[in-house]
Design a protein around this ligand. Structure first.
Ligand code: NAP
Length: 482
């Protein structure tokens, strides 16, 4: 096998980025499957008012496709999606994408060393399988009693209903994570009443967002080094913050002081201050960036409700204290099912073993990329490759580079399959779990990384530079080439 054919599942940053990187390496037979009607991944599905990146734009872009035209320091969602489409088009990848095609299962045919994919548009075969399904693609609808019987519209932030006009309505916003703190301030001026149902508050830092005027854009275009420098500064600042979350917790103390200052400077009412001030360690939940969340909560048409939701009635929400607040619409900013990874797709490797059997409830992969028993398969943005700070695109590029290194080995050794050795995968997993135990994410708050049994299939417990260093080559002995 010289130039293998490659099937990629998912048309978001991981799918499109890896397709471009593979094309640039001369892999021409690449097919990307995307179930949506356009590429973009989370940026296609999340279109709620106020959606924007919370990573500086010059870091939240492919290193091989710098964009001097971002309109703001933190670009809005629609611009990011358009950027992805532009990159795909310019690199000739757009016509490799099969839209509205869902991969329902993938099985490895050992005798032919081929992956056989069953898709909504028929069967497809390839030598190599890349999954690029994201970690935040399945909205989590909480099992709140009565939700199904609510008389008005109730929808998740990742499935925003443009046909529902919230102007002048009483809106219940459930959740106070990254999605809520962007949606809330955007809808508050238009709605009659905004009730924010908060289960546990998270720490925030000032976003300090600003527009890039024509002069700044010209500068970025003429002197790309300036944008590069901005990228490097943002990168190393986040590496510093990550070191605080993973090893040297004292680094986080000044961050917490700034978070506290932000609450106190924006909110005068001591009771509201108390409600929104977290008691857990900063960084345990993802740190949120905002310039307008607290001022929104202090508006007269906003109430922060901290009593637990007991039930949704036909006309509103009843809390544990027995009080019912009327609502015309419910917005669920309740996050995502983050522990399923490739689900609902079913993947079967050697010996007919499925990936869910191999994982037995806790997804894991060597460097977050490869799994013993699943030859010629690579996961992008796989288990334990989410960071507390930093750009996921950086991690995706590093993982794609690992795929390329693996494929080079495959070609060099004239092998048909490459598969991580169990000893390498188990050794890595032990090292990972040891490192995770000391991180801030395991300090006892509710976050979307740690499951109810304390297992964490999401977080990378070191810096992103470490990830890049460890993934840039294929360690001798880690993989078996057959
Ligand atoms: P999230 O961080 O998981 O937040 C979900 C929120 O819903 C939390 O406040 C949670 O409370 C609350 N919640 C869940 N179930 C509930 C229930 N039954 N009753 C009451 N409250 C409930 O989800 P997210 O805000 O969508 O963000 C997820 C991730 O997406 C982020 O961490 C980030 O990585 C990414 N994101 C990025 C951006 C960006 O700007 N780039 C924007 C949005 C999201 P608890 O905290 O108490 O569990």
């Amino acid at each position: 096998m010289t130039r293998p054919s490659i099937a990629i599942v998912g048309g978001g940053f991981a799918g499109i980025g890896s397709a471009v990187m593979l094309s640039r390496e001369g892999y021409g037979d690449v097919t990307v499957f995307e179930r949506g009607d356009r590429i973009g991944g989370v940026w296609n599905y999340n279109t709620y008012p106020g959606i924007a990146c919370d990573i500086p734009s010059h870091l939240y872009e492919f290193s091989f496709a710098p964009n001097p035209d971002w309109s703001r320091r933190f670009s809005p969602g629609h611009e990011i999606r358009a950027y992805m489409e532009d990159v795909a088009r310019r690199h000739g990848v757009l016509d490799k994408v099969r839209l509205r095609t869902e991969v329902t299962s993938a099985g490895f045919d050992e005798s032919r060393a081929r992956w056989v994919l069953e898709t909504s548009a028929g069967r497809h075969e390839a030598d190599v399988l890349l999954t690029a399904c994201g970690q935040l693609s399945v909205p989590r609808i909480p099992p709140i009693p009565g939700l199904g019987d609510f008389a008005g519209p109730a929808f998740h932030t990742a499935r925003w209903r443009d046909d529902v006009d919230l102007a002048g309505k009483r809106v219940a916003l459930i959740g106070t994570g990254c999605s809520a703190i962007q949606t809330g301030p955007s809808i508050q001026p238009d709605v009659a009443q905004l009730d924010v149902y908060q289960r546990s508050p998270g720490w925030t830092l000032p976003k300090s967002d600003f527009e890039y005027g024509p002069r700044a854009k010209r500068l970025f275009r003429r002197f790309p080094l300036i944008a590069r420098l901005d990228r490097q500064l943002a990168f190393w600042f986040m590496e510093f913050a990550t070191t605080g979350m993973t090893r040297r917790r004292w680094i986080l103390r000044p961050f917490e002081a700034v978070g506290r200052w932000q609450i106190n400077s924006k909110i005068k009412d001591p009771e509201l201050r108390r409600k929104v001030t977290p008691t857990d360690e900063i960084g345990c939940k993802r740190i949120m960036l905002t310039d307008d969340w607290y001022s929104t909560l202090a508006e007269p048409n906003v109430e922060v409700v901290t009593d637990a939701i007991q039930t949704v009635t036909r006309g509103g929400i009843r809390t544990d204290d027995g009080r019912e607040r009327p609502a015309d619409a419910i917005v669920l900013a309740t996050g995502f099912s983050t522990h399923g990874f490739i689900a609902p797709m079913e993947v079967t490797g050697r010996d007919g073993r499925t990936l869910s059997d191999a994982w037995a409830g806790v997804p894991k992969a060597y460097l977050g990329i490869t799994v013993p028993g699943f030859p010629n398969m690579f996961l992008l943005y796989g288990p334990n490759t989410n960071g507390g700070a930093g750009s996921v695109i950086y991690a995706i590029e590093a993982a794609a580079q690992h795929v390329i290194a693996g494929l080079r080995e495959l070609e060099r050794s004239r092998a048909r399959t490459i598969e991580v050795r169990r000893a390498a995968a188990d050794g890595f997993d032990r090292e990972l779990r040891d490192a995770l135990a000391g991180t801030v994410w395991h300090s006892g708050c509710a976050n979307w990384y740690v499951d109810e049994n304390g297992a964490d299939p999401n977080q990378w417990p070191w810096t992103w530079s470490t990830y890049r260093r460890r993934t840039e080559r294929v360690e001798p002995g880690a993989y078996e080439l057959v």
